[in-house]
Design a protein around this ligand. Structure first.
Ligand code: PLP
Length: 355
């Protein structure tokens, strides 16, 4: 059914003869902005590009310092590095595994370290950060807070869509994401028309008028095909998100009383987007071995904290909690394609290992 609809969209785009930044992209930008209740959405070629553009829009440039959580995917420090900026890695909370506002406050107040230009907050695995806490610290320090909702499409905090909480948010539509394209795609969300225009300029060679670069921009145009596919995926997104929530509920019910196992703690008034269902156990190694035998890849994208990765050698180290948590994380299958029976079976395997 979806396959046939995708084929039809392919025909529509071929007939239109427009391949990038055309009517499909324009329609998608309006549709996702309306769904998330953000004033503007600017489509990009990937989530990493979206984050780079949001950082550049915030004035981040060569030599600036940008704070990020110690547990987050490689894309985040890579986007910071692409601006010529330096990473300041901040440790996470032990229960939510998200950026810790108290640790951030300590770094923002430490005048020896020099000023921080921006902070990137990632809703890890789809779980909302402590937005109120982070926002307060950033406001007091006069620092831009960028919301990375790449893993959080469909999540909410106090009734507001993740991605819409701040003045500047980003999202990835990498195929495995909750709203996944059939290739790479992403968005920047912003609140002012002037920001939207600046982002549109930056995403295409710094052009406001064709062929005249006002600033050194990049090429990050979303394809018409990906936009058409995403418009289709958007119409079915509510059902897909509910399926993820149902699977998460099933996992939680079967695993919450397991010894040596903890779950990512939910923030009050938050609706988890369930991009991934991740468990923590001091016996992660034996669990992973057993899950692999059952055909499951238990790998988590951020097992190794940013400050322990070779590319970021020399960045400020503040990863004690992340190091302890990261090595104990196991991802369980989470996508609308798996059945309740498979979930119950895997929970049985986990219960047996940990009994
Ligand atoms: C939190 C986060 N930020 C940014 C990205 C980058 O997105 P993309 O892979 O579309 O470049 C990802 C995706 O891996 C992500 O999970």
């Amino acid at each position: 059914m979806l396959r046939e609809q995708l084929h039809r969209m392919l025909d529509v785009v071929i007939d239109s003869g427009q391949w990038v930044l055309g009517p499909q992209v324009e329609a998608l930008e309006l549709e996702i902005a309306a769904l998330l209740e953000v004033p503007h959405a600017v489509a990009t070629a990937s989530g990493t590009d979206a984050l780079e553009l949001a950082l550049r829009l915030s004035g981040v440039g060569v030599g600036d310092r940008v704070a990020l959580p110690s547990l987050c995917p490689s894309a985040v420090p890579c986007a910071i590095a692409r601006c010529g900026a330096r990473c300041v890695v901040i440790d996470v909370e032990a229960d939510s595994w998200n950026l810790c506002p108290k640790r951030l406050a300590a770094v923002l107040l430490d005048s020896h370290l020099g000023p921080i230009k921006a902070v990137v907050a990632v809703h890890l695995f789809g779980q909302a950060v402590d937005w109120v806490g982070l926002d307060l610290q950033c406001r007091q320090a006069g620092v831009t807070l960028i919301e990375d909702a790449s893993q959080a499409f469909g999540g909410e905090l106090s009734g507001r869509a993740l991605g819409s909480l701040g003045k500047l948010g980003v999202m990835s539509c990498y195929p495995t994401k909750n709203l996944g394209a059939l290739g790479d795609a992403g968005f920047v969300f912003c609140s002012e028309a002037a920001q939207r225009e600046q982002l549109r300029c930056l995403r295409q060679y710094g052009w406001r008028q064709r062929h005249i670069s006002e600033v050194p921009g990049i090429n990050s145009r979303m394809d018409e095909l990906q936009a058409a596919f995403l418009r289709l995926k958007l119409t079915g997104s509510r059902t897909a998100l509910q399926q993820r929530a149902d699977l998460a509920e099933l996992y939680t019910r079967h695993l919450r009383d397991c010894p040596d196992l903890s779950l990512q703690v939910s923030r009050l008034q938050a609706r988890h987007a369930w991009h991934q269902f991740v468990i923590r156990s001091p016996r992660a190694a034996s669990l992973a071995g057993e899950l692999i035998k059952h055909g499951v890849d238990p790998g988590v994208s951020c097992r190794v904290p940013v400050c322990n990765q070779p590319a970021w050698d020399g960045v400020r180290h503040d990863c004690g909690t992340a190091s302890a948590v990261g090595s104990q994380l196991i991802a369980l299958p989470m996508h609308p394609g798996i059945s309740a029976g498979e979930v119950i079976h895997l929970c049985g395997v986990i219960q047996q290992v940990l009994a």
